[in-house]
Design a protein around this ligand. Structure first.
Ligand code: ATP
Length: 134
């Protein structure tokens, strides 16, 4: 079994889609082992997106993820990292496949509703960053 860090980004909260998105993870069979509603500051955004801070797309991404509360959670299950990324769909909501969270619910490359850790190393780093008590 595996754990992964998931964010329901501020667009998910703002659009009233927290229940819809959580339902998809739960229906798949993943377990919620921690969850918190939180309005993050730029410092936490920079730590979370450490690999992207120098990229051109990062300043607007930082503004977006700090624009309102988000929901951070840890999901657990067999191959949870890959399973969550498959459920999330491709980064760009306009190109993500129908049936995925982004493919069904997002029309944006930035405001794409969800984040999921992309490797076991990222998951360990991100879970420690967001949920130091786990
Ligand atoms: P995540 O890491 O959030 O699960 P991802 O792995 O699909 O998404 P990354 O390439 O790691 O995508 O990019 C992180 C986030 O940065 C994306 O989820 C998106 O919100 C934003 N982003 C990535 N590329 C762009 C871009 N070209 N323009 C605007 N925003 C972008």
């Amino acid at each position: 079994t595996q754990r992964t860090l998931v964010l329901l980004k501020p667009d998910t909260v703002r659009r009233g889609l927290v229940g819809e998105v959580l339902s998809r993870f739960e229906a798949k069979g993943l377990s919620i082992v921690a969850m918190r509603h939180q309005h993050i500051d730029a410092a936490l955004a920079d730590q979370h997106y450490a690999e992207h801070v120098e990229r051109d797309f990062y300043p607007p991404l930082r503004d977006f993820v700090t624009s309102g509360p988000l929901v951070a959670l840890v999901l657990e299950g067999d191959e949870a990292i890959e399973v969550v990324r498959a459920l999330n769909g491709a980064t760009d909501g306009r190109k993500a496949a129908p049936g995925t969270i982004r493919g069904d619910l997002s029309l944006s490359n930035r405001e794409n509703l969800v984040h999921g850790s992309d490797s076991p190393e990222s998951a360990a780093r991100e879970i420690a960053l967001w949920f130091a008590d786990l």
